[in-house]
Write a protein that binds this ligand. Structure first.
Ligand code: PLP
Length: 353
């Protein structure tokens, strides 16, 4: 029988998320979650939550939460859309702006979900290779600047470095389409692209609560853009794309600024500690602005892939991306000091084996 699936779907591989090991007690540094607990106010909220409310669908417009986000970023509710994680926001924008005649542009390496979403739409990918230091090349091809949507991951994943904001500004100025700044890791960085929103109405800035708010489990992402862009995106989202509990938890968490700042500050400190320890072992570490580091081991020892496997056998999970540009590196999430100590201890042990 002829396959009932569209050829794009039947012919593609799905996105492969990082491993979520079932056993407890592992050191999990493979999916850029936050090792610290979220705001303690959430416990109080959950203790007082009336489960009979779960009979009802959640607010499809997510108005309360969008108002909290709007107030925090000094924009209007009409400038904000929320989603089931920022992956949902990425899915929405790709469905809005990509099809077989409308390609998607992005840098390479960057977030490996972009080509999967593009392929689902039957859209061509315009991949712009980053240069040797994983920075934006001097000349950005016209084809990428002509694409209906250009995804920029800043800080970049899986490399962790940030790009000069002037280059994002240049892309916004020259691009004929929408520029999607995926700022999943921006809370850990020295700067972000929010102030460019006032200058460019083709810019979308996307954030998540998965990393800096320690809330990967509730699935909440949001984007800020011009009213015109948000209006189109709202048509495409699922009616009830953010669950009732998630909306409540996100509101509470985003209002607890003190907890947020402390959490992000600790991750930034630990990031410097992890980078320094890796460098002492001879690793080359890309300057990170995110909650992970991208590091390549010394050439005279075991390869990145061998180290990944050896660590896994000792129940320490890091992420390995095969491929010419990424395969010499490990992507290691910034953990607690104890987790970093355990990792470094094992790496030292491997060195002397
Ligand atoms: C660059 C980037 N964007 C978006 C996401 C998705 O985040 P979430 O769907 O948890 O909000 C991730 C997740 O790791 C990411 O690395």
């Amino acid at each position: 029988m002829k396959t009932p699936f569209r050829k794009e779907i039947a012919g593609m591989s799905g996105y492969v998320p990082g491993e979520q090991p079932k056993e407890r007690g592992v050191v999990k540094l493979n999916t850029n979650e936050n090792p610290f607990p979220p705001s303690p106010r959430i416990k109080k909220l959950l203790d007082g939550f009336d489960p009979t409310l779960l009979r009802l669908y959640p607010d499809p417009e997510c108005s309360g939460l969008r108002r909290v986000i709007a107030a925090k970023f000094a924009v209007r509710e009409a400038n904000v859309i929320v989603g089931n994680g920022s992956d949902d926001i990425l899915n929405i924008i790709t469905r809005c702006c990509a099809d077989k005649n409308m390609p998607v542009a992005f840098f390479e390496p960057s977030y490996s979900l972009y080509p999967v979403l593009a392929r689902m739409q039957g859209a061509r990918c315009i991949k712009v290779p980053l240069d040797g230091n994983f920075s934006i090349p001097r000349k950005i091809p016209d084809a990428a600047l002509s694409a209906p949507v250009f995804m920029i991951t800043r800080p970049n994943a899986p490399t962790g470095n940030s790009f000069p904001k002037s280059r994002v500004e240049e892309i916004c100025r020259k691009s004929k389409g929408i520029v999607f700044a995926d700022e999943a890791y921006a809370d850990f960085a020295d700067d972000n692209c929010l102030d460019l929103l006032g200058k460019f109405n083709n810019l979308i800035v996307c954030r998540t609560l998965s990393k800096s708010y320690s809330l990967a489990g509730i699935r909440l992402g949001f984007a800020i853009a011009s009213e015109g862009i948000i209006e189109q995106m709202m048509k495409v989202k699922d009616s009830y794309n953010v669950c009732r509990l998630t909306q409540e938890i996100a509101k509470i968490a985003m209002l607890d600024d003190r907890h947020f700042r402390k959490n992000v500050g600790t991750i930034r400190e630990n990031r410097e500690n992890l980078s320094a320890e890796l460098k002492k072992l001879g690793f080359e570490v890309v300057d990170s602005q995110a909650n992970f580091v991208f590091a390549s081991p010394p050439e005279d020892g075991p390869s990145a892939h061998e180290i990944y496997l050896k660590l896994k056998a000792r129940r320490v999970f890091v992420r390995y991306f095969p491929g010419e540009r990424t395969g010499r590196h490990l992507r290691i999430t910034v953990g607690t000091r104890d987790q970093i100590t355990r990792l470094i201890h094992l790496l030292r042990e491997f060195e002397s084996e």
